[in-house]
Ligand binder design. Sequence first.
Ligand code: AMP
Length: 560
Amino acid sequence: MKFGALCHSYSRFETLSGNALRSALADFLKTVPTVDIKAVVYMTLGAIASDYDEINLGMADKMAIKAIALAAGKDEAKVSKEYKKKGDVGLVAESVCGTADGTLSVFDVFETLHLIATTSGTGSQEEKIRHFSGLLKKATPIEARYIGRLAVGKLRLGVAAKTVLDGLSLAYGIGKEKIEHAFNICPDIGIIAETVVGKGDDGISSIGVVVGRPVQMMLCQRVESLQEAIDKLGIPVAAEQKYDGERVQIHKDRKKVTLYSRRLENITSQFPELVKAASTNLNAASCIIEAEIMAVGKKGQLEPFQKLMSRRRKHGIEQMAKEIPAKAFCFELLYLNGKSLIKESYNTRYENLSSILRPNTSINLAQRVVCTDAKCIDALFKRVVGKCGEGVVIKSLRPDSDYQAGVRGWHWIKWKPEYSKGMQDTFDLAVIGAFRGRGRRSGRYGALLCAVYNKKTGKFESFCKLGSGFSDAELKSLSKKLTKSDSQPKNVVVLKQMTPDVWIQPTKVVEVLAAEITRSPFHAAGMKDGKGLALRFPRFLRWRDDKKAEQATTTKEISR
Ligand code: AMP
């Protein structure tokens, strides 16, 4: 397929949103041959591989300008000036490069972008510039625009993975839910698209769990009383400690161990002690286990979440592993010795898990009791909270309690102190905007506009203005932490009266504690009869860097 055809579609997608975008995307996807579909869907999302592959584009803008100047045979200072005016590497490339006649194929561009992303070591900067300028020399103006944006990681077509899944469903007449389910089990948009195009409905139905490829993690529901949890799940139930750490999926394939975070990032290098424990203390040739990682103090006490976050680093990992050792508390088994267990009951999965796990200082089972009444769950809850634990997760033991990948279903219910005190809960919200501070806060952001995620539409809907709970240091660092957007991102919905001073790209998640949810004429979340839902008295608790914006609290959850 010609890269030019892709670029013309991109320039059209930029002008569309909602259903019009989905149907234009579907029409286009129908025209893409099987050999190119993987590259096309990755690139449409502004990437060149699946999220968990860790092959990131994202050349620095300055380096891209150098390459553009080289390709165009122009003075770098002049091109740089142009960039300052336009603020978009793509538009600069389009205006100064692009003299070729359109022979580039999707494959050529995809391959070269891979080469740029994976070139490393001494002299790699010069080599990247050489590859990039070489590619630009073969491009037409419109091709140069999108090559430029792709190379710096700023394609921003407003197309999310969900839009591509909807587009594939429309284009190939396969049920949306079926494709979404497959994507939850195999969160690689390239494999999903290739399977839809090459193997159709049957192919998608047979996508299964593969060791080494992360599975979207199952999530918890919430209730207003312990009795409600029992009414929903029946008895008996399993009540487990809810550890306040980092969720991890441990993939063991003979000698190879890979750790994936909740965002499906590869975090293997951060926890050498867990890799070792998985190698030596899991009696299985291959398996996929889920656990919560906790930092452990000198006396064996569990440390708060913040302590664990200080393990997130690139250097000095072995030293940090000694200073702040981590321990995995395991609660799930998705795969064992060549067989997927996600369709088995929780009881079967747990029995297998406990039979292969040999506890040591770095790995153990999560604390757990089987209960037949609320009193028994409450007793565990009080023990956990008494030791500063987060609460409990109550799990169904029914025969149909399968592992629901990526679903916030009713097999797991969380119970935290906030609920028992009659407060609503904490909410994980995506930051979509900021308001300039006044008075003591002038010169920095004074409040943030936060949103819930509407899974149906793929949009972030404003839900509260968050101004309290920040420390001075936190306030100071807000502008550094958040990525500004020149205009309202396409996937963000706010009401006019709540337009922020600065738009923010929805990538960061903040945990907020609030007293209640009310109807409000100011916010766009779950709109009904001209009024949305809003949080009253929200307070900043902490950043949730372990979550992607799409993993924020959903509109459906707050609309219950
Ligand atoms: P939340 O993020 O508040 O929806 O709570 C769900 C999270 O609790 C999961 O994603 C896990 O990271 C964490 N968690 C801690 N302990 C457990 C457990 N025993 N079972 C399931 N999830 C747990």
